[in-house]
Design a binder for this molecule. Sequence first.
Ligand code: ARG
Length: 726
Amino acid sequence: MKKILLMIVAVMAIGINSFAFNPPDEGMWLPIFVDRLNYTDMQKMGLQLTAEEIYSINNSSIKDAIVGLSGSATPSGYFCTGEIVSDKSLLFTNHHCGYDIIQQHSSVEHNYLRDGFWARSFDEELPNEALSASFLVRMDDVTDSIVPFLSDTMTEGQRSAKVRELQGKLKESANEDGKYNVVVKSFFEGNEYYRFIYLVYTDVRLVGAPPSDIGKYGGDTDNWMWPRHTGDFSIFRVYSAPDGSPADYSEDNVPLTPKHHLPVSIKGVEKDDFAMIWGYPGSTNRYMTSYGVRFALDHSNPTLIDILGKSLEIMKEDMDADEEVEIKYASTYAGLANYWKYLIGQSRGVKHLDVYGKKKALEDKFIAWIGQNQERKENYGEALDLIESGYSQHEDPFAMFMYYNFALMSPAIINYAQEFTQLEKQLEEIKDNPEAPGQTIEYLREGMAEYFKDYNAPTDEKMLAGMYAMFAKNIPVESQPEFLKGITKKYKGDYNKFAADVFSKSIFASEEKLNTFFDNPKVKILTKDPAYKLSGQVMEGFMSSLAAYYSSQSDLDKGSRLFVAGLMEMESDKVFYPDANSTMRLSYGSVQDYYPADAVHYDYVTHLYGVMEKEDTTNPEFIVPKKLKELFEAKDFGRYGKDGQLVTCFLTTNDITGGNSGSPVINGNGELIGLAFDGNWEAMSGDIAFEPELQRTICVDSRYVLFIIDKFAGAQNLIDELTIIE
Ligand code: ARG
């Protein structure tokens, strides 16, 4: 193993420009290797900056303007990417990235989802309890501090325990007494490890968002599709303590002075223009085998599509009937709908593009290569067998875990009741510690308002009925947990009756009932509560399904690690890039059109007139705001239009995935030309196999973004902050 790694490193060191197999657009590259692996190529394609200007740990560089967005103060992954665009740390990301936060600030009285939101001064910016922006300080290769301490005789369990222990030490030694958040991650299926050191800012405020009729224009119909006309952006600002260090929200905090901010170009894009995208892609499976493809097509995708489809159906019915419910569930719904359509598109794409066949061909080559000598047989001979058996062991635990996660745990009442387990214990011990429940109750009472703000009991009741019925129907009786069999028996298979019973009796069904309980908390009320009891049973089942899920993965883990190591040896003249894993990556390519099907050509830009063409006053996804129509009719595009047109979105060949949402699209001069926000339908298999001819990144043009801020919202205060390149 060690030898292989050394070889790979050697190949990487001399391998400048050896893209024998990778077209340049494919690959999510680690910025520390850019100088060595990609720089010459990027220059040829139009990059004007020096390598030091794009990634440096000593001087300010592009990397300092890129942030990972998370809900945590010590994140190990990021739901989206943002970029700093002013010297006061104004931050751009997608509207769909800010969606949950915009939703949290929305109510029927202040419906920012519907109407948009614009802070006209710093003091109108809205603080957020759980939103952080991570800046990467530096990263390093720590493979040699981990891999030599692992051995082939270890079980997978021992191996991961050892990895965790070593990761812990590596984090500890770099966090400088908690100043930094340190993350160590596995690359190439556990063949390499890298460490990332971040400064995490936890005071990030909402500054601006267009109405959803712009920011989510086209809705779920247009999602994952081109041609697109969505103004998918929102604006935040990072605050720091007066000395520039990270600090939780305080009135004394000031806008952070960033090391670097991106200028915004409104010069416009042309076909073939160089484009690079920086950000935090979440996960890809480019080294997935044909067995994995079969597993996705036959098991994982259909299971998830079924479960998610059902919960979407339940939510949608109530959302359509009531604006208040619509606001409450908007963000949850959008997230699930996005994933659901992704899975459908992925299965379609995988079949359509014969990804299985392509993977199989590579494996045949691999098997032949192994067959050529004994050492290879010893090192990699069992890789594919392990993967094959791994998937079959994984099938049932996978389904069970998914059903727990997305069906049994999905009614909010189940999760919420869990938060009361501590209180139960304290109420039991009340004599020993009379103060304790008081504090816990206070804490729970505080959280209650927030919980009920986004809660609609009738919808949750339907969720309980629908999801439990689905579980009972689709999971064979012999595998079902006892409590579910009990429910089926007691209610004679009528899950509506079961749910109605739970909701009529539980204290968790309304704020009112819960308040009554808080006024006079009795342990018996809690332990007899049907939702509380059920929640305990579900949680127990969930935990054991999780354990089974993980332990069923050990053959897969080992097989994949060997397979990737073998592939790297087999194709040693090729430069490999690691799968996405929520670490900072750079991808580069160009502005480009495509041919989605025989005789069909898709241009690389869309225009504001396309927004008007798609307008449908009977469909909530295609409503055009009045003001936008007026600006269009008057052709009042300001400096953002050209030849009487305004560009809305454009396409590039960059290699991105979920987590890259909000990522800056940067031209050869280091200027922002747009924000990446989606992928295209014809290449939805892209996370498993990159399709150079078909795969495109969908971006909102910076001119459309600035036009909306300036002309539509009249937020001159924000325009004045930007460094605009005309
Ligand atoms: N497909 C996009 C992504 O995963 C999200 C688009 C959000 N828009 C929407 N209509 N739900 O990044």
